[in-house]
Design a protein around this ligand. Structure first.
Ligand SMILES: [Zn+2]
Length: 131
């Protein structure tokens, strides 16, 4: 997955194990669709202590290619399906990368009190410990 430059910049962990799968779906209405599944573990910086932390990423999305507008006029649109205008060329890796970026937590943090070097958010112990 070396081509996902934007993603690499966000995660910053070359050892991150991220996988994705794309498969085409047969829909009853005849519209072409793909199912995108992503999974993996990403290393991101905790927004409280800035130490690296691992987050599990799991996402599944159905992308339906439709001639109708992506923002309306679609009768059976549900929250789990995204409609893409069929006239635009789709770069699969761009879609995959976008999905990973959306799946990443916006402000990842360790569990309360679990930040290494920070005691219950007071932060006093941290300075005592510093070299
Ligand atoms: Zn933390």
């Amino acid at each position: 997955m070396g081509t996902l430059a934007r993603l690499a910049g966000v995660i910053g962990d070359p050892e991150a194990r991220l996988t994705y799968s794309l498969r085409s779906l047969a829909r009853t209405d005849g519209k072409p669709a793909i199912e995108l599944s992503i999974a993996g573990v990403a290393s991101v910086a905790c927004q409280r202590c800035l130490s690296p932390m691992s987050v599990d990423i799991h996402s599944r999305r159905v992308l339906v290619f439709s001639r109708e507008s992506a923002f309306g006029a679609v009768e059976d649109e549900s929250e789990e399906e995204d409609y893409l205008p069929i006239d635009e060329p789709i770069a699969p890796l761009d879609v995959v990368e976008e999905e990973f970026l959306l799946a990443l937590p916006w402000a990842p943090r360790h569990e309360e009190g679990q930040c290494p070097g920070v005691e219950d958010g007071a932060g006093t112990r941290q300075s005592e410990r510093s070299v």
